[in-house]
Ligand binder design. Structure first.
Ligand SMILES: NC(=O)c1ccc[n+]([C@@H]2O[C@H](COP(=O)([O-])OP(=O)(O)OC[C@H]3O[C@@H](n4cnc5c(N)ncnc54)[C@H](O)[C@@H]3O)[C@@H](O)[C@H]2O)c1
Ligand SMILES: [Zn+2]
Ligand SMILES: [Zn+2]
Length: 361
């Protein structure tokens, strides 16, 4: 029988979110209902509320979540009721051209639940990133549930579902950071701070954190940055070069996503180095670079969606490292809040007060 739960709904462009009763159907074939235990507030939730993603209001927000599988539909074998899972927005299809070539982390045909969650009057909800986890329970495709060690706290585990995974993966997967490398990270919010942590995990020797906000630089130091650069009063390219023997870093990660930060990343990188763009630009942004520099400086210019992660490979491994005390994911949980506090959490995010506010249910 369909269940009625509380959920955080964005009713229309720019309007404040509100708590609504959400009708969650029983799972159909290939689907699962998950009892949500924790869900982080990500910038993308705010983008949805502001109409920056698409116009398919009303949205059921929340997509950085962990919880327990409550029930599964026909044909589901990968998870069972009672499993502790992190929800992902990359349920790979196994059949698209990326999957067939053995690169499922680029899957071009990821899937979500077929059935819709609705408001009580039957209005269909669009779940953020196909998840919709600012709710007591949510309906997803079973492939969106990744089993991890239940010893991990839900508010920490859930963070792997989006921003923290994007940052860790930008360093580990897309950037291919290795032992002894020099790495610079521009923008050290939740995503950039996770990239610092990823660079440390990979054994980078020099990790330079760049931000305009001193509080973010303090956190980045605690997470393993060997140097910090306050972009408000230092020239980023010159400083990164000075800190790397005059050459530039092997890998530079742009976790802001603006033309000026991308240009800094491009020139703060050593010859044959790698630039990783993980910050998300807006449609009107344009980049102008001398083509001769693109050619002459060599190396690679890459973009990182979700840290090029493969949830089934990366989530359990990262949770194990966390439980062994080798990956400080606790540092990302700035505060735990209730479902009623999401609007206030957007405000704190805009003021740079938090790495992550996490709704705990
Ligand atoms: N690629 C992906 O899969 C993915 C996933 C999640 C988030 N993101 C994107 O990553 C970006 C960062 O997300 P976040 O949650 O860390 O956001 P955030 O707002 O917490 O952090 C952004 C940081 O950048 C700093 N900053 C802004 N302008 C700067 C500049 N000119 N120079 C140096 N630092 C500057 C800010 O002070 C802040 O600390 C966003 O664009 C977000 O949409 C991408
Ligand atoms: Zn695929
Ligand atoms: Zn997100």
């Amino acid at each position: 029988m369909a269940q009625r739960v509380r959920g955080v709904v964005a009713p229309g462009k720019g309007q404040p979110v509100r708590i609504e009763t959400v009708v969650v159907p029983d799972p159909g074939p290939g689907e699962a209902v998950v009892r949500v235990q924790a869900c982080g507030v990500c910038h993308t939730d705010l983008h949805y509320r502001e109409g920056g993603i698409n116009d398919e209001f009303p949205f059921l927000l929340g997509h950085e979540a962990a919880g327990t599988v409550e029930s599964v539909g026909d044909g589901v074998t990968e998870v069972a009721p009672g499993d502790f899972v992190v929800l992902n927005w990359r349920a790979v299809c196994g059949q698209c051209r990326a999957c067939l070539r053995g690169r499922p982390w680029y899957c071009f045909d990821t899937h979500n639940a077929q059935q819709k969650m609705t408001l009580e009057d039957g209005t269909e909800l669009s779940p953020a990133l196909g998840i919709g986890a600012f709710a007591d329970k949510t309906l997803v495709a079973a492939g969106q549930c990744t089993k991890v060690d239940p010893a991990a706290k839900a508010e920490v585990a859930g963070l792997l579902g989006c921003g923290v995974m994007a940052g860790l993966g930008a360093a580990l997967n897309t950037g291919g950071v290795g032992r002894g490398d020099s790495v610079a990270v521009i923008g050290c919010g939740g995503v950039g701070a996770a990239a610092v942590l990823g660079a440390r995990l990979a054994g980078a020797a020099t990790i330079i954190a760049v931000d305009l906000d001193e509080r973010k630089l303090t956190t980045a130091s605690a997470l393993g940055a060997t140097h910090v650069v306050d972009a408000a009063d230092r020239d980023v390219v010159t400083t990164v070069r000075e800190l790397t023997g005059g050459f530039g870093a092997d890998v530079v990660i742009d976790a802001v996503g603006r033309p000026e930060t991308y240009e800094q990343a491009f020139y703060a990188r050593d010859l044959a180095g790698t630039v990783v763009l993980v910050g998300v630009p807006t449609p009107e942004m344009k980049l102008e670079l001398p083509l001769l520099d693109v050619f002459g400086r060599g190396g690679s210019l890459k973009s990182s969606w979700y840290g090029d992660c493969l949830p089934s490979r990366d989530f359990p491994m990262l949770i194990d490292l966390y439980l062994q005390g080798r990956l400080d994911l606790d540092a990302f949980v700035s505060e735990t809040i209730g479902l009623d506090d999401v609007e206030a959490a957007f405000d704190k995010m805009n003021h740079g007060d938090v790495l992550r506010s996490v709704v705990v249910l």
